[in-house]
Design a protein around this ligand. Structure first.
Ligand SMILES: Nc1nc2c(ncn2[C@@H]2O[C@H](COP(=O)(O)OP(=O)(O)O)[C@@H](O)[C@H]2O)c(=O)[nH]1
Ligand SMILES: [Mg+2]
Length: 295
């Protein structure tokens, strides 16, 4: 993606903060902090994350940094950059499993197509494991993305439960010389089985049956859902030991404040972003560019 396009996308998520904060005379008094705190909350930053930012601001003042109208925004940028974790990536050059989870409609299958395309463009062979076995339409959809991304789609036998389907897919991939096995999962159950229990089982089967194959776990989150999805996302994190976030729909109405809150409250890095519905609409998350664009 071109840098200027990415900047525009981030700028749409701009915090309504800069002018207001800059107009304040910051003297380190209690009401000054309260004012900043209020503005952060109004920018869609969650309560806990706001408190963390204020604490860091206070620490800076204690350390002797003089903060005033001219540098308050720069200081806030530094603090937010500290709070956002550095992205982590899978190693393209080693055989591995990529497990993709997240709520229904967050963009898992689409993002898998984008990732597969990226990996294939880097001259690797990709297998997609169709392990969202609870929706009939899910198989068709992943087949479509598999074709677009020049990747092989492994469809498990009828009636397989997700953990067994994932095992089969990875086994097939290893035996047939694939470099990356990307596992699509269900975001909702049509039976009354517990989704989180199924995911936990799937995760532990992959870990136990393929102890020597690196497992990279990605949680897909719809950026436009903001804070509403946080609790659901936390449940996924408890179930599958997530490495990083793929934040989708950044081309939409995502708010910068929610992006910061999602990353902070889940205590996870954001590594990939989705910026549209087509296969090329993927980018790496650049936290410095993001923070400099929204503030
Ligand atoms: N605008 C936009 N739409 C996206 C993006 N990623 C996914 N979508 C759309 O979100 C919807 C749900 O995606 P899907 O991959 O089926 O989600 P899943 O249920 O998690 O597998 C589809 O209409 C996708 O086209 C994105 O980055 N930007
Ligand atoms: Mg899907």
């Amino acid at each position: 993606m071109l840098l200027h396009k990415l900047k525009n996308i981030f700028q749409k998520a701009k915090l309504p903060l800069k002018d207001i904060v800059q107009s304040a005379v910051f003297g380190g008094k209690r009401e000054d902090y309260e004012f900043i705190e209020e503005q952060l909350l109004l920018s869609d930053i969650g309560v806990e994350t706001t408190q963390k930012i204020i604490k860091k601001l206070k620490d800076r003042v204690k350390e002797g940094v003089i903060i005033g109208r001219e540098n308050i925004v720069e200081e806030l940028k530094k603090i937010i950059k500290e709070i956002l974790k550095d992205p982590v990536y899978f190693n393209l050059d080693e055989k591995g499993i990529i497990l993709v989870s997240g709520v229904n409609g967050s963009g898992k299958t689409t993002s898998i197509g984008k990732l597969a395309n990226y990996i294939v463009k880097n001259e690797k062979r990709v297998l997609l494991g169709a392990c969202d076995t609870f929706r009939a339409a899910a198989f068709d959809q992943i087949e479509i993305w598999g074709n677009r991304a020049n990747s092989f789609v492994y469809i498990p036998q009828d009636g397989k439960e997700p953990a067994a389907a994932a095992f089969e897919s990875v086994k097939y991939g290893i035996e047939n010389g694939y470099d990356k096995m990307i596992i699509d999962t269900a975001g909702r159950m049509h039976t009354n089985k517990n989704l989180m229990d199924e995911l936990k089982k799937l995760y532990s089967v992959l870990k136990n049956k393929f102890p020597n194959v690196p497992l990279f776990s990605i949680l897909v989150i719809d950026a436009t859902n903001g804070k509403n999805t946080l609790q659901q996302a936390k449940n996924f994190k408890d179930a599958v030991n997530v490495d990083t976030i793929f934040l989708t729909k950044m081309d939409g109405t995502a708010k910068g404040g929610s992006v910061i809150t999602i990353a902070d409250e889940l205590s996870l890095p954001i590594s990939f972003i989705g910026v549209g519905e087509s296969i090329e609409d993927i980018d790496f998350f650049d936290k410095n560019l993001f923070v400099d664009s929204i503030l």
